[in-house]
Structures are given as structure tokens and as C-alpha cells.
Design a binder for this molecule. Structure first.
Ligand SMILES: NC(=O)c1ccc[n+]([C@@H]2O[C@H](COP(=O)([O-])OP(=O)(O)OC[C@H]3O[C@@H](n4cnc5c(N)ncnc54)[C@H](OP(=O)(O)O)[C@@H]3O)[C@@H](O)[C@H]2O)c1
Length: 321
């Protein structure tokens, strides 16, 4: 079977595309014929092994999996004798931020990993694109108590996290304003939000509106800049550490404040986020934004594009059937 292949952390240009022996599932494992997998920002950490602390989770001193990839949508083709929850032929999908080695035609995954039956109303490409960004969006939003009608500002509505967050917020009847780059208007036009701001033409932190929550989904702004558009008691969350790594210390100070404050959430178990997002997918309340779909052998191109930080939603790799 074809697979991405590396034994050390480093540049995508050093990852090979190899023919590997067909994997054999152990007693507690499922053998999945992968149909689609995304190339995402979590794969960046698993590829480079950076920040170095990440290596404690993805493999030390070398990557745990020779194949890159954290998510998948595919078909169960063989299973170990202990696997009871799933049957051969089931369409399954899943995600694990510490890696699964899914940029390959087949993959063995232990049954205790976050694996779900794929919603019937979506394709494998859509399923793969519904996982990574939505997982983080779920955990970032979980730390804020929002009521219908509250006002939320999302910076970065074309990112995988930001776009998923907007749709989750709309599902909760929250009033959303968000930013997007000029050339992506077509991709976000149909989102029924209060306001859409072209960030190349207007600075969102200079609005007159006050928000209950500012979510900097691309981590390009700061608490200092967003303070003026936060209501008293409003919350700022960023997907990044912030200029000079300030968001963690600010979030500690925020524990002692009832005023405008920073919260820095750590993502939890994907079983919770996938279960929630799956219900949204089945109700038609979440449509994953897909930037482009590439064949597996073009994984280098997919990674190079993802690493520019310019993807709109997800880059998806598809495996030949
Ligand atoms: N904390 C965590 O656990 C965690 C986990 C995963 C990812 N992350 C981080 O979260 C961030 C977002 O990841 P993602 O996958 O959602 O992003 P992404 O898919 O890589 O895309 C970012 C999008 O935002 C747009 N953008 C760039 N600068 C912008 C700005 N100043 N204002 C508005 N839009 C802008 C980009 O388009 P243009 O460049 O064309 O404008 C692009 O469409 C990344 O920095 C990633 O490293 C954090």
C-alpha cells in the first residue's frame, strides 16, 4: 500500500511516498481503508516535532508513526477479535491530535481511539474536513457561557477553526461578526452572520460595537488591541500564544478578574468534540469549508500550501479507490 514515510522530524520535502506492507490489525485494532484525510495545522506540529514539548505526545525522539496524518474518513475492511462496536463495511471517521498515521491507503487504529460512524449525509471528503478545526473550535467555545443574542467577534472566518466556530455559534443563535480576506468572499457569503468584515479593508478592533466574546481564531491580534471592543466582563480567547507568549500569563491573571479578561483553553478529548460536531453535521447545521482536494501522492503540495497559513478551511487528500 502507498503511504507517506518518514522516521525523523523535519521538512515535508524529506517525507517520502513509499510502498509499504499491508498493516495487520492486532486484537484491539481496526484496519481502515482510508478514503480521505486532511492536511492541517496539527499535522504541522507532528511533521516538524515543534514546539519540542509536542514530541512527548507525538513520539520521542522520533515520530511514533512513519506516516503523517491525524484524521481520516474511510471504510472498515478488517478487525481484531476484540473489536465489537463496528462491523466490516462500516464507514468510519475520526481524529487524534497526537497523530494516527492516516496519510496512507490503509491504517490500523486501536478501538479506544476517537472513531465514529460517518454521518450518511456527508462525503468522505466532508467528513475528513469536519474534524481538526471543529475539534479546537468546540473546545475554545466551551469555555465561554454564551446565550442566544450575545455578540461574538471571530477574527479569521476562513480558517478551519474560525469557520467551524462561526457555524457552531450560529447554531446557538449567537450574533456573529467575523473577518475574512477579500478574495474569499464567495466562500463565506452564505453565512448568516450580523456582519462580515474584509480584514484587508477594515480593522475589526476599531468598530463601535461591543462584544461579549472576541475569538481570535487565527491568533493574529492581541488582548490589548481587542480590549476596546469587549464589553465589561467580556472574554478574549486566541488560538495562539499571542505576541511575546502573553496569553498564558494573562489568562492566569484573568482567574482573579471579573472585568475584561483572557481565557486560554486547552483542548480536551476529541470524542466529545466529534460527537457534538457529528450532530451538527446530521442536522445540516455545519458544512465544512474545503479549500482544495488533492490526491494522496500530492501530499507535499498539500503540506506546503497548509504551511503558508493561507488555506481556507481544509486541504483534503483523497486515496484512490
Ligand atoms: N491552540 C491550539 O491548540 C491550536 C490548534 C490548531 C491550530 N492552532 C493555530 O490556530 C491558527 C488557525 O488555524 P486554522 O487551521 O484555523 O487556520 P488556517 O486554516 O491555517 O487559515 C487561516 C485563515 O485565516 C486567514 N487570515 C490570515 N491572517 C488573517 C487576519 N489577520 N485576519 C483575518 N483572517 C486572516 C487566512 O487567509 P489569508 O492569509 O489569505 O488572509 C486563512 O484563510 C493557526 O495559527 C494554528 O497554528 C492552534
Amino acid at each position: 500500500m502507498k503511504s507517506t514515510y518518514r522516521t525523523v522530524y523535519g521538512r515535508i520535502e524529506n517525507v517520502e511516498f513509499r510502498d509499504l506492507p499491508m498493516p495487520e490489525p492486532k486484537a484491539n485494532e481496526l484496519l481502515i481503508k482510508i478514503k480521505a484525510s486532511s492536511v492541517n495545522r496539527t499535522d504541522e506540529g507532528g511533521l516538524l516535532g515543534k514546539p519540542y514539548i509536542f514530541r512527548f505526545f507525538v513520539g520521542w525522539p522520533k515520530p511514533r508513526y512513519v506516516a503523517t496524518g491525524t484524521d481520516f474518513s474511510g471504510v472498515l475492511v478488517q478487525k481484531g477479535e476484540e473489536v465489537e462496536d463496528f462491523e466490516i463495511g462500516d464507514e468510519l471517521y475520526g481524529f487524534l491530535d497526537t497523530g494516527l498515521g492516516t496519510h496512507a491507503e490503509y491504517c490500523c487504529i486501536a478501538m479506544d481511539k476517537p472513531i465514529f460512524k460517518k454521518p450518511k449525509n456527508i462525503s468522505h471528503e466532508q467528513a475528513a474536513a469536519s474534524l481538526e478545526g471543529a475539534h479546537y473550535a468546540y473546545y475554545f467555545l466551551e469555555r465561554v457561557n454564551l446565550k442566544p443574542g450575545d455578540k461574538v467577534m471571530v477574527n479569521g472566518g476562513t480558517g478551519a477553526i474560525g469557520n467551524a466556530a462561526i457555524q457552531m455559534l450560529l447554531a446557538r443563535n449567537v450574533n456573529v461578526t467575523f473577518t475574512y480576506p477579500t478574495d474569499s468572499y464567495e466562500k463565506i457569503r452564505d453565512l448568516k452572520t450580523e456582519k462580515k468584515i474584509d480584514y484587508l479593508k477594515e480593522e475589526f478592533t476599531l468598530q463601535d460595537t461591543l462584544f461579549d466574546f472576541v475569538f481570535d481564531a487565527v491568533g493574529k491580534s492581541s488582548f490589548g488591541a481587542c480590549k476596546r471592543i469587549l464589553k465589561e466582563g467580556g472574554i478574549y480567547i486566541s488560538s495562539e500564544l499571542g505576541p511575546k507568549g502573553e496569553n498564558i500569563p494573562l489568562s492566569i491573571l484573568g482567574l482573579f478578574s471579573k472585568g475584561k479578561r483572557v481565557v486560554f483553553p486547552l483542548p480536551g478529548n476529541p470524542k466529545n468534540s466529534i460527537a457534538y460536531v457529528k450532530s451538527l453535521l446530521e442536522e445540516g447545521k455545519f458544512v465544512p469549508l474545503i479549500d482544495r482536494v488533492l490526491p494522496l501522492e500530492n501530499f507535499t503540495e498539500g503540506f506546503q500550501y497548509m504551511l503558508t497559513g493561507q488555506k481556507r478551511g481544509s486541504v483534503v487528500l483523497v486515496m484512490e479507490s
